[in-house]
Design a protein. Sequence first.
Length: 204
Amino acid sequence: MSNPRSNNTVAIDSHALGTLNYIRASIEAAGAFAVPGIAGIAMGVVGLVATLVASVPGFAAYWLEIWLIAAMAAAASGVLFIARHSRQPARGMLYRGPARKFVLSLCPSLLAGAVLTVVLWDAGLSSLIPGAWLVLYGCAVLSASMMTNAAMVRLIAMMGGLFVVCGVIAFQLPPRWHNLALGMGFGVLHLLFGILIGRTDRVE
């Protein structure tokens, strides 16, 4: 004959375990950020426009200025969409901390890219700038992927890895192909993964 007190103990223990699992999952969710796919799409569009403008013969000599302007425009649009995404009522305060951590985790590699741009330009090694940008941005994205939620971390990490690959390839290409390499990275990869991330976000 079963002991009622024993059955009650098992039920209470099971309920407590379920509650602890729920609390742990909530804490993990609170520390992860859902990247808005529209941010990647917007940045990809900016990258494609920069590629087209820099490919015009009359503007080809100003490729660095064009891409610097594009970088500022893409960064501004990305931060804008991330901020708007974080303020959605359904997400509330939960995502403001993780969103800030996501953006800040990008900064060290991006700062290194800015410093190297100046150094390489002054040294007359501007042909190395596209590869350096792609590699360092890829490293930034790989670092930031650790701040994203479980559904997106693989996509973000994959995008970062592909940026690094594009950068390595860019180092091997002659200068006439550098604009295309930048377009493949900052244009095509941003656009492609922005669409994929947006689909993942909608499923969630």
